[in-house]
Design a binder for this molecule. Sequence first.
Ligand code: ADP
Length: 362
Amino acid sequence: MPLQPAQLRNALATVVETDIGKDIVTAGMVKDLQSDGDDISIEIQLSSADSPLREQIKEQIEAALRQAGQEHGEGVARVNVTFSSDMRSANERVREETNPLPNVKKIIAVGAGKGGVGKSTVATLLAIGLAKQGAKVGLLDGDIYGPSMTTMLGLRSLESKTENNQLLPFEVHGIKAITIGKLVEPDRALIWRGPRAHSAFSQLATQTSWGELDYLIVDLPPGTGDVPLSLAQLLPLAGAVIVCTPQVVAQDDARRAVRMFEQLGVPILGLVENMSYFVADDGKEYDLFGRGGGQQMAAAMNIDYLGEIPIHPDMRIAADTGEPLKNWEINEAMSNAFDCVCKNLAQTASLREPNRPTLSVQ
Ligand code: ADP
């Protein structure tokens, strides 16, 4: 008996597109799959007609199907791989074809190459800072493996509500917010992978009743996993903000995150350097981790630098006690730094033309 469709799909799911680090099935690149006896025809969609990965993908597919044939005691007589190209990236397609949140003007993802750099802290500061400047803002805690907004926004005692099968966001600190942390036990969220992570994230992203918003800030899990890909396929993004710390050792991870968003066709709105320096009570500034590393990296990568956020123990306390507005009360240098980053983001977001054509394969 020839290989069955599920066996074929499983075999194709072992073929990884090295640029985006995803298998070709998860990445939605398999556009057609036909088998006629031992003859198998596969159409692979690439983002660029002359992708240098064509030959590599073809060879990997042939090898994967031969191996599946051997494992199931079947011969695979002929594999015909054809390529088509849709010059639009994942996010351009969703921008043009579907928009589940038409009342949200700008959706901005906040990502980081690795955990612990203050991505959720910066996402919260951006959301609240933009709201302080008069915008209507929503904050979606998409860090479904380690949601922190329940604590950071002080949502623990509030009750989740739904209306007409839609989740109602919490209205706190001048913004609207939703987090998976209020919907499931946090320990369970941590073990989600692949399709379950996608469906949990997709429910949060598309079934929350935000009403009219100027900005929706999406806090993503750290790294280059499945959620950014889901986000780019689900919601039309105005762009992404990358958070990093100043150390040179942290920059490789941040670079990878930048590349991933570029690959998905999501414009980079800019880079924020967190934990840049410490401002003492006498106003004196101390460099702890090599202030300016983020700015140099942004310049080298030709992306906007949105500014630096100092490190201060009161920021950690504001996060742990769920009182983010207290960040603006720490001292003037700190509140100026937050406002400056938010103002720069509002500017770069309004200057970006979201539908500019993007060539994804470099
Ligand atoms: P990530 O989302 O990147 O994992 P978090 O935003 O959760 O990181 O921050 C990790 C920890 O560092 C939290 O306890 C947070 O309060 C603290 N933190 C983040 N940025 C700062 C800062 N600039 N000053 C002091 N503490 C900070």
